[in-house]
Write a protein that binds this ligand. Structure first.
Ligand SMILES: Cc1cc2nc3c(=O)[nH]c(=O)nc-3n(C[C@H](O)[C@H](O)[C@H](O)COP(=O)(O)O)c2cc1C
Length: 229
């Protein structure tokens, strides 16, 4: 930086300090960074919810500023977006999406998301698809999720049961929100892939659990970095 630029930067920083009474970088760095994990299995509290929770706990361990919340869609009534309807139509307003899900995602908007779905016929669950469609309210008129990091995981009953396909489908849908898609740290490059091979005791899938942790860490790191901007 030459002398002139150095002086200009100094004046700008002093101006912000004078108007807020606080160093701007410190204020941004010290605030809580909220990551919400969404489990899209109709079976509440089962392997997908457990896996999302593992990712969230790993995210939390990254930094004391990370605050986590699990949103388990299991047993919630969420219908997809019917042709011709507007997301604000009365019929849609009555279901669980508007009553319990939306408030957690809009007031305030999270700094990062971890989305998990079981593999159902090598695709995301119908509940997950309905959730994705209804999420349109966060996209228009304003792109509320823009530049937020989103990591994805999937659980299947088979080792190669379509988990990576499900992850890709969810990532593709979320790109419509202009989010920042992130994978995980090695060995979860695309996202976390879990294998429900032990009658819902997903903790026994050590490799899969490790991918969930690596996903959580990556989302946390990205959320911290992006929240500073
Ligand atoms: C309708 C249906 C379709 C399924 N299709 C697949 C599949 O294609 N591949 C797979 O690995 N597992 C499949 N499964 C098994 C689930 O992905 C697996 O049991 C998963 O752990 C369920 O998640 P949950 O425990 O969170 O409910 C299917 C299960 C159901 C109910």
């Amino acid at each position: 930086m030459d002398r002139r630029n150095f002086l200009t930067a100094g004046i700008a920083a002093t101006t912000v300090l004078a108007s807020t009474g606080q160093a701007p970088a410190k204020a941004a760095n010290d605030r809580d960074v909220r990551i919400v994990g969404i489990s899209c299995s109709p079976r509440k509290g089962k392997t997908t919810a457990t896996s999302v929770n593992v990712a969230l706990e790993a995210a939390k361990a990254v930094d004391p500023r990370i605050k986590i919340q699990l949103l388990d869609l299991g047993s919630k009534e969420i219908s997809g977006w019917t042709g011709g309807a507007k997301p604000t139509d009365a019929a849609l307003l009555k279901d669980d999406f508007n009553l319990t899900v939306l408030p957690m995602l809009r007031d305030p908007v999270p700094d990062g998301l971890i989305i998990g779905s079981p593999s159902y016929f090598r695709s995301m669950s119908a509940l997950c698809k309905a959730f994705m469609e209804r999420l349109a309210v966060l996209r228009s008129p304003e792109l509320l999720l823009a530049d937020k990091p989103v990591g994805v995981l999937s659980v299947g009953a088979y080792r190669n049961g379509g988990q990576e396909l499900v992850i890709e489908q969810i990532q593709t849908a979320m790109l419509c929100h202009e989010v920042m898609i992130v994978g995980g740290k090695p060995k979860a490059h695309q996202g976390a892939t879990l294998w429900n091979a032990y009658k819902d005791d997903i903790a026994r899938d050590e490799f899969g659990i490790e991918t969930a942790k690596q996903l959580g860490i990556r989302v946390a790191e990205a959320a911290l970095r992006l929240a500073r901007k």
